[in-house]
Write a protein that binds this ligand. Structure first.
Ligand SMILES: Cc1ncc(C[n+]2csc(CCOP(=O)(O)OP(=O)(O)O)c2C)c(N)n1
Length: 639
């Protein structure tokens, strides 16, 4: 179903068309854009509240700046739907996040207006500064660079590293801080309080507008007059805020706060800022979900609600046959609380994903023992390490893809010191519609080479519970438990805890001629493939290794002594992954066998339905079945 844009939006083929609009038409364009986002996301799904919150900002930016010559960098990029729609992708927008369709995030190969590929947060200031300094180097002094970053993304350390550099760069960089007090969940931390403090300081805000007017007038009297006015303005800010302004102390000129939904005012402010050279920050106040009442009210739920009825606001759920298996994340959240009630050493840590990881279950029940530390994966890991030095057992839940941010912390702060931090890597494997920035493809490979690290991957809910139970028992070092996005396979999942032997796998079924070695949830695909193969009188053996590290050497020696054809399967990258570890084991132990490895090839895997992506990568049920048949062809030909 193609969704019709409103009258004004229908005429916008590129930002040049936005520039031709008058004030009234700009307001109409904002209405059209907002409606078009509501219409599309309600039917096709995707991120929602964040894009609604920056409609006016998006229109104002494309109106004032000469994009793509002026470079606009979106942080995270989940709020850039309006930008996509205004920059030539309106008629394709219904393909957003679908297989072969446009990406849900800015992507350089998709459009010249997408200056930087995103998905992970807190990169915009660094990237924008890089662009600004490059422009300076190339003597393109008229070129503007704008990084749009949310208050959530601003909690990440990378933003501060970038501002620290920007403050001494004298480059043409405007940082727009889109402050809606929300991350996915309510934003956290001292910075949030600081921003609220600025926003609500009445005296400051009154004086600020007067100073702004003076500053504008002074520009007519030449540079030095403007400089005096601007110094006056910044000392006034410090004075009134009773403390030095955080951004001003980093040498960034601070402007705002401004109402980010007042398109008229936003246009004027940006026009003014364009004339002020050097690094600067505009603090913009917006409402996440603006214009869709339910999304304004329950901002976490409407961050990415899935498809919904735009009139009633009812979120469409798939028709469910009862009873359904739970999502792995729910099993994690419920089990963590259960364990924490039994073991008072357990603590919970999440970097800004309380709802996504289900850590919110423990946070609600035990607020003093569970922490949302902001979008700060590096800090989450080292903070957990600190807790562990004091005899506590932190369960640090980080999505596989976001853990990439904290790699040195895992090695330097946890593994070298053999601290008992339990890493729970959610969304491991191909995640689907979020695409390449979010696929949890690499954790088996990047964790496997770290000494002292144990890597476990449950094949079902009960295994996840047992792995979590085992990891909090005394005497363990660091452990990473990886599990995928979405549902498991056991509707009755609250099984009693059982201690697992670290590094011990299990035989799922005996067989002949070929052995399949799986790790994690994809073991269920193997079970299904075997069911199909039985119909053709083919009986592969299937082993679930449970631990990618340490490997079960006893089990593997048995496999190599019985089978000379082996298939490995993992929902992770082939280079350096689980299959590679089996090849290494074979070589190191003088075994020989024909090994076929199934998993994510050495390529960037785009977005799409997980089932489709598994098929493309060659490890869905059908491909497993065919791989077995192909491998057995010489044997089968004998009959
Ligand atoms: C490194 C990293 N960690 C976590 C996330 C998940 N994530 C996506 S959006 C988001 C919240 C961003 O909040 P903010 O920047 O304030 O933008 P808003 O959604 O409020 O507009 C988070 C935590 C991510 N994209 N990248």
């Amino acid at each position: 179903m193609l969704i019709k844009p409103g009258k004004i939006l229908a005429k916008i083929e590129s930002p040049d068309d936005v520039k031709n609009l008058n004030q009234t038409q700009l307001v109409e364009l904002c209405n059209d854009l907002r409606q078009f986002i509501v219409d599309n996301v309600s039917v096709y799904g995707g991120h929602f509240g964040a894009s609604l919150g920056v409609v006016e900002l998006t229109v104002a930016l494309h109106y004032v700046y000469n994009t793509p010559y002026d470079q606009l960098v979106w942080d995270v990029g989940h709020q850039a739907y309006g930008h996509k729609i205004l920059t030539g992708r309106r008629d394709n927008f219904h393909t957003n996040r679908t297989y072969n369709g446009i990406s849900g995030f800015p992507k350089r190969t998709e459009s010249k207006y997408d200056t930087f590929g995103v998905g992970h947060s807190t990169t915009s200031i660094s990237a924008g500064l890089g662009m600004a300094i490059a422009s300076k180097y190339k003597n393109e002094m008229d070129r503007q660079h704008i990084a749009v970053i949310g208050d959530g993304a601003m909690t990440g350390g990378l933003a501060f590293e970038a501002m620290n550099h920007a403050g001494v760069s004298n480059s043409n960089l405007l940082i727009i801080l889109n402050d809606n007090c929300m991350s996915i969940d309510p934003n956290v931390g001292a910075l949030k309080d600081y921003l609220t403090d600025i926003t609500t300081s009445g005296t400051y805000n009154r004086l600020k507008s007067d100073v702004w007017k003076v500053l504008g007038k002074m520009s007519k009297f030449g540079k030095s007059a403007q400089e005096i006015a601007s110094k006056l303005e910044s000392s006034l800010k410090s004075l009134i805020l009773h403390q030095s302004n955080l951004f001003e102390s980093l040498n960034l000129r601070y402007f705002g706060p401004v109402d980010g939904h007042d398109i008229d005012h936003m246009v004027h402010v940006l026009e003014d800022l364009k004339k002020i050279p050097g690094p600067k920050i505009l603090h913009c106040i917006t409402t996440k979900g603006k214009g869709f009442a339910l999304a304004e009210k329950d901002q976490t739920k409407w961050h990415a609600p899935g498809k919904f009825d735009k009139i009633t606001g009812v979120i469409r759920k798939k028709e469910i046959e009862m009873p359904q298996p739970p999502k792995y994340q729910v099993v994690f959240g419920e089990t963590l609380l259960e364990l924490a009630m039994q073991n008072d050493k357990i603590m919970g840590v999440t970097p800004a994903m309380p709802s996504g990881s289900s850590m919110n279950i423990m946070m609600k029940a035990m607020p003093d023992r569970s922490f949302d530390v902001g979008i700060a994966e590096q800090h989450a890991v080292t903070f957990s390490a600190g807790l562990a030095t004091q005899g506590l057992i932190p369960f640090c839940n980080i999505y596989s893809t976001f853990m990439q941010r904290a790699y040195d912390q895992v090695i330097h702060d946890v593994a070298i010191q053999k601290l008992p931090v339990v890493f729970c890597l959610d969304r491991a494997g191909l995640v689907g519609a979020d695409g390449p920035t979010h696929h949890g493809a690499y954790d088996l490979a990047y964790m496997r080479c770290i000494p002292n690290m144990v890597i476990a991957a449950p094949m079902n809910e009960s295994e996840l519970r047992n792995m979590m139970f085992t990891s909090q028992l005394p005497g363990n070092g660091p452990i990473a438990i990886r599990y995928p996005r979405g549902q498991g396979v056991m509707p009755e999942w609250r099984t009693p805890f059982e201690q697992l032997e670290i590094g011990r796998g299990r035989k799922i079924c005996d067989g002949e001629n070929v052995a399949i070695l799986s790790i994690g949830h994809v073991g269920n695909y193997v079970v299904n493939a075997c069911q199909l193969l039985y119909k053709s009188d083919i009986y592969p053996a299937h082993y679930d290794l449970r631990f990618a590290k340490p490997l079960d050497e006893v089990l593997l020696n048995e496999v190599f002594s019985k089978f000379n054809k082996i298939i490995t399967i993992e929902d992770g990258c082939l280079p350096g992954g689980f299959g590679s570890s089996i090849l290494e084991f074979m070589a190191d132990n003088n075994h020989s066998a024909q090994i076929v490895r199934l998993g994510i090839p050495d390529e960037i895997i785009e977005h799409g339905e997980p089932e489709q992506l598994h098929k493309d990568c060659g490890y869905d049920v059908e491909n497993i079945k065919n791989t077995v048949i192909k491998l057995l062809e010489p044997e089968l030909a004998k009959f």
